[in-house]
Design a protein around this ligand. Structure first.
Ligand SMILES: *[C@@H]1O[C@H](CO)[C@@H](O)[C@H](O)[C@H]1NC(C)=O
Ligand SMILES: *[C@@H]1O[C@H](CO)[C@@H](O)[C@H](O)[C@H]1NC(C)=O
Ligand SMILES: *[C@@H]1O[C@H](CO)[C@@H](O)[C@H](O)[C@H]1NC(C)=O
Ligand SMILES: *[C@@H]1O[C@H](CO)[C@@H](O)[C@H](O)[C@H]1NC(C)=O
Ligand SMILES: *[C@@H]1O[C@H](CO)[C@@H](O)[C@H](O)[C@H]1NC(C)=O
Length: 384
């Protein structure tokens, strides 16, 4: 008896050990993905492969992405005013302003709530000589708090400046503008990718694994031509009286916008009028519903206004009473940030903050706006 128990124990210990060993030692092998479970998509310039452990790109990020592991969507904007601003829009940190500018205002292509931004200058002395403000069409300019900044390197600074409402423009002013090279405004990272997805029923087409719920979070969007790419979309079964699809997050998330990609080949009317519901982690908040547009679209954008104020653990999409009663989605992008416990950061909150007085660090970088705890140094306060 005792012997048997020992054998079983040893067996389990060994299995557990080889499991964690294999997770640590065998990085993701599928092309274009990284992380222990291939849960993150690479976003390198020229579609180059990224580092299989940390997602970093030796050739830099693709121009739509920036920040740690190139995981943050970069907001598109146009520069106001009549001057040569190519240095600000060329996506290069090495081309900088050399004129005499008092301020720069940029207008976002799509209004979204502000979360954080990154500024790069050519002269380290001027890193902190910059004031940032924002507005929307109906509000006056409001300044971002100066205290919520963390240096990334000698010429790069991150500024946390969350707003409740979508904003339309950002203004940089102060002496630092003369040395400005780049401005990155975060449009969030896709927190839906590779999360657990379910649907009310499944249309088992040709007995293959087409149309599964997880196809809406697999990072694949059909190209614009009519093509068989619809096989990477989801599809509820015919005869399903109340079709829905949902995604559950392994960790709570903070959400600023949703993008729903419709099929390209046919049946686009099935998605119009969908209902999108966000479920809070904390039961003392009520779920919030957003209604999709009555017009048929290839891509639906939903920007909650005001911003969703609570961490979310599930998002559900319900079909909107269309004649077919079928819900079919090609991709659901949910942009935002993971909601880490106050002392953690990283793509999956895997790292520990080391800020002075246990203040919060930036979730994307570990940077401490109020400085490192005694005994720690480095830009993410991780060297001790
Ligand atoms: C910025 O524009 C590019 C090119 O049109 C597009 O692929 C990208 O999704 C846009 N980014 C955002 C955050 O909207
Ligand atoms: C603009 O911001 C103000 C508050 O700053 C808010 O009340 C208003 O609803 C916002 N407008 C839009 C169109 O988001
Ligand atoms: C989402 O799907 C899971 C699995 O089927 C289910 O347990 C959960 O209740 C669903 N959530 C909502 C809000 O419908
Ligand atoms: C849920 O939210 C309420 C109201 O904000 C708060 O008092 C409570 O502590 C929260 N509960 C948990 C478990 O976070
Ligand atoms: C940390 O907390 C102590 C005691 O409350 C305070 O004196 C000190 O100024 C704080 N340090 C920072 C950098 O906030």
């Amino acid at each position: 008896m005792y012997f048997l128990k020992l054998v079983i124990l040893t067996y389990f210990t060994l299995t557990a050990f080889s499991l964690s060993f294999s997770i640590d030692q065998t990085p993701c092998t599928s092309d274009g993905w990284f992380g222990a479970n291939c849960e993150y998509q690479c976003h390198c310039a020229g579609s180059a492969p990224c580092d299989k452990h940390d997602g970093s790109c030796s050739s830099g990020c693709h121009r739509d992405w920036y920040g740690p592991a190139c995981q943050y969507a970069r907001m598109n904007f146009t520069v106001n005013g009549n001057f040569n601003s190519g240095w600000l829009t060329d996506n290069k940190d090495t081309t900088c302003n050399r004129g005499n500018l008092r301020s720069v205002t940029v207008t976002l292509d799509t209004p979204i709530p502000l979360t954080w931004l990154r500024v790069v200058v050519s002269d380290a002395v001027n890193l902190n000589m910059m004031f940032i403000s924002y507005r929307n069409e109906s509000s006056p300019y409001t300044e971002c708090p100066e205290s919520n900044t963390a240096e990334i390197n000698r010429v790069t600074i991150d500024i946390s400046c969350p707003t409740e409402y979508p904003i339309t423009s950002v203004t940089l002013s102060g002496q630092g503008v003369n040395y400005l090279c780049s401005l990155y405004i975060s449009a969030g990272r896709n927190v839906a990718l590779a999360q657990r997805a379910k649907q009310s029923s499944w249309f088992n087409y040709l007995d293959r694994k087409h149309f599964l719920a997880e196809h809406a979070v697999d990072g694949q969007v059909p190209n614009n031509e009519r093509s068989s790419n619809f096989l990477t979309c989801t599809h509820t079964d015919t005869g399903d009286k109340s079709p829905w699809w949902n995604v559950s997050f392994t960790q709570p998330v903070e959400i600023t916008r949703f993008i729903l990609e419709n099929r390209r080949d046919c049946c686009q009317e099935r998605l119009k009028n969908f209902l999108l519901t966000v479920y809070p982690v904390n039961d003392s908040y009520k779920p919030i519903e957003y209604r999709g547009s009555y017009n048929i679209k290839t891509t639906y954008l939903v920007v909650p206004s005001p911003r969703i104020s609570f961490p979310v653990h599930q998002v559900k999409i319900t079909e909107g009473f269309n004649p077919d009663r079928i819900l079919t989605l090609c991709e659901v992008f949910i942009f935002g940030e993971i909601h880490c416990p106050s002392n953690r950061y990283g793509l999956s909150c895997e790292r520990e903050c080391n800020c002075v007085n246990q203040t919060r660090c930036f979730v994307h970088s570990g940077g401490c706006p109020s400085g490192c705890a005694p005994g720690y140094t480095g830009l993410d306060c991780s060297e001790g």
